[in-house]
Structures are given as C-alpha cells and as structure tokens.
Design a protein around this ligand. Structure first.
Ligand SMILES: Nc1ncnc2c1ncn2[C@@H]1O[C@H](COP(=O)(O)OP(=O)(O)O)[C@@H](O)[C@H]1O
Ligand SMILES: [Mg+2]
Length: 356
C-alpha cells in the first residue's frame, strides 16, 4: 500500500486553513472604483493570510503534469498514471485543469452527460466554496474533478487578477488543501493545459511535484522552456514545488543516441539539472485507439489479450491482434513504477532531513 500521503515537507506544520480561501474575488464592474480598490486590498490581505496559514503538508502528494506545448503526452500520462496507481491500491484524485477536457476522452466520459466541463470547479474557485469531486469512482480508486471549456472563464478571471498583481498561485492550493484534509487520497494528479499561463500557475501553486513530458522535437523543447519559467514564478509562492522529472514521450526506447541528445537539450532548456526518467513512452497507434474507446491503455491491452479471436468472429466483428497495446501498457507500467518510487524515496530523504 502507498506510504503516508502527509509526508514531511520543508514547511511541515499542521496549521490548517482558516478563513475563506477565495474571499474578495473582485467583480469586473468594481475594478478601478474606490469600492473596487477596497475589495482589492481585502483580497490581497486575505490572500497573504491564507498563504501563511496554508498547510502545504497536505499537498505533499500533489503532482502537476505540465508542458507549455500540446500533444506531448500530458493527458495520456495523467490518466494512465492515475489508472495504474489506482490499480496498485493508491486512492487517486485526478483534476483536469485543461479547457480541452481530454481526460474525459481517456476515461470514456466525454459525451456521456456525466461531466460538467469544469463548471463545478470554476464555481467553487470563484465563490470560495469547497471544491467537490465531479465524478467519484470513475474507476476503482479514481475520483475525477472535471475540466473542460468552462475553465476558459476561470482563465479570464485569473488574468485580470494577475494584471492587478495579485498572485494566482493560492487559488487552487488553499481549497485543495482543505479538500485533502477531509479525504484520504494518496495521490492527486493535475492535468495542465499547454497554454493559459495562469491556469498553469494555479496548478503549480498547488503542487509539490512537477512532471514534464516532452517529445524530442524543437517545439516541444521550447514548451519546456516556457514551463520552466512558470516553475520559477510559482516557486516564489510555493517553495515546496520541485521538478520530479522529465518523461520522453513518443520515442523508441532503443534510441540511445537520440535519448542522450534530447537529454542534453532538456538540460539546456531547463537551465540546469533535469532529472530524466529512465523509462520512456513509445510511439504507438494503440494510444489513439484506446482513447477512441474511452479506455486506458492497460485496460485496452487487457481486453485485447483477454479476447479469443473466435469471439469477434461470432459477434460479426473483425478480429484484431493485441498489436502494440500490451507493449505500450508495459512502458507506462514501468514508468509509473519509476515515478512512484522516485516520489517515495524523495519523501523518505526529506523526512530524514527533517528528523536530522
Ligand atoms: N504513445 C503514443 N504514440 C503516439 N501517439 C500517442 C501516444 N500517446 C498518445 N498519443 C496521441 O498523441 C496526442 C497527444 O496526446 P495527449 O496525451 O493528449 O497530449 P497532451 O495532453 O500533451 O496534449 C493524442 O492524439 C494521443 O492520442
Ligand atoms: Mg492534454
């Protein structure tokens, strides 16, 4: 079973959260007015207080998956890591912070009418009410807070807040800490959008760890430079945030020379040491196929392996071979193991530091 999710962090502490996390969201019509100015001051003050009171210990198992570029495997990693860790006994909360809402495609709820396109999350963050799980038990041990197009509204509000110089980094952190205080999740995974810097900051403000998936091409590496800038910015408010590692996506595991070159590029792009995960995610059309079916790759693989050929014939379907689904699922299983082991060993090292 997973080890204690409330492992020691550099801040430790159990102060808890007092007050209304989102008090003082300024209605647009008040901006610039004397009343608006007052509300602004109140917002600033309450945000500062919350930052001091925020118990980052409960956020120690929050992992953001981000890159400033789309199509680099963020959502695939977020959903598959969630599913695999859940199968291993971790209680998972998966939060979709992307207006594209692709988590729903991987988990098969897009178009089912069960999601809310991020409406619940946006309402809670704007009103300062507790965040609620949108889809509890979408898989065994996996709860989801939905994303989708309603997050565009939030991005607009965050931008106005950011322009006024009010940090956006605590807007998710505070209510998420409150939710985690009342629940028993072992791991929280945040799927981040490629654009919308303020939504990325919102995620990085709440996260303990950042995982950056990337392809090896120049545009993806540029996306890494952008997310590195966000990391630096977020750390001003969330000093616990650390880069857990970089995942090479859509690459042949045998491509040693290419991997070495990309590794050097990544280190340059991130301006320092970039811990690369040893396990990579191979290119495979099985990924597209499983998303189309609303299945995670290991679920897809198990289904393909478990189905005798005669069954498809009997049901009038064209029999297919398991193809590359099991191999891709194996990549993710090895990667998930490496990620969870790295979190565990870094937590153990931090706990030792605190005790020393
Ligand atoms: N292993 C893979 N090989 C090839 N294509 C993949 C693989 N995994 C996912 N894809 C496809 O790549 C695209 C981007 O993946 P996604 O995880 O949504 O990236 P992001 O969240 O960074 O935009 C999707 O169309 C997906 O179906
Ligand atoms: Mg995505």
């Amino acid at each position: 079973m997973p080890t204690c999710p409330h492992a020691a962090t550099s801040e430790g502490g159990t102060a808890g959260i007092n007050g209304n996390p989102q008090a003082g969201w300024l209605p647009a019509e008040q901006e610039g007015s004397a009343q608006g100015q007052r509300a602004y001051q109140e917002t600033w003050t309450s945000t500062e207080i919350i930052r001091i009171m925020l118990d980052r210990g409960v956020l120690s198992r929050v992992v953001a998956i981000a890159n400033g570029k789309g199509g680099v495997g963020k959502t695939s990693l977020a959903t598959t890591l969630s599913g695999l860790a859940a199968a291993a006994g971790y209680r998972i909360l998966l939060i979709d912070l992307d207006p594209q809402g692709n988590v729903g495609e991987d988990l098969g709820y897009t178009g089912s009418g069960t999601g809310d396109d991020g409406a619940g999350l946006v309402t809670a963050l704007v009103a300062g009410s507790p965040i609620a799980v949108t889809l509890p038990g979408i898989r065994e041990n996996v709860d989801v807070i939905c994303g989708g197009e309603r997050l565009d509204d939030l991005a607009g509000l965050l931008l106005s807040r950011h322009r006024r110089g009010v940090p956006v980094t605590d807007i998710l952190a505070a209510p998420l800490a409150d939710l985690l205080d009342r629940s028993d999740y072992d791991l929280v995974i945040l799927d981040c959008p490629p654009g919308e810097p303020n939504l990325q900051l919102l995620a990085l403000g709440a996260a303990r760890w950042l995982i950056v998936p990337t392809r090896g091409d120049a545009a993806s590496l540029k996306g890494m430079t952008r997310i590195a800038q966000r990391l630096v910015e977020a750390r001003n408010h969330n000093p616990d945030l650390e880069l857990l590692g970089v995942v090479l996506f859509d690459i042949a595991s045998s491509a040693t020379r290419v991997k070495r070159e990309i590794s050097a590029e990544i280190t340059r792009a991130l301006g320092g040491i970039a811990p690369l995960f040893e396990n990579t995610v191979r290119h495979s059309i099985a990924a597209t196929d499983s998303r189309r079916r609303g299945l995670l790759i290991h679920e897809h693989a198990a289904q393909m392996e478990g189905e005798p050929f005669w069954q498809a014939l009997r049901e009038g379907r064209r029999p297919t071979s398991p193809g590359s689904a099991p191999a891709l699922a194996a990549d993710y299983a090895a990667l998930a193991h490496e990620i969870l082991t790295r979190i565990n060993s870094l937590e153990a090292a931090t706990a030792e530091d605190v005790l020393a």
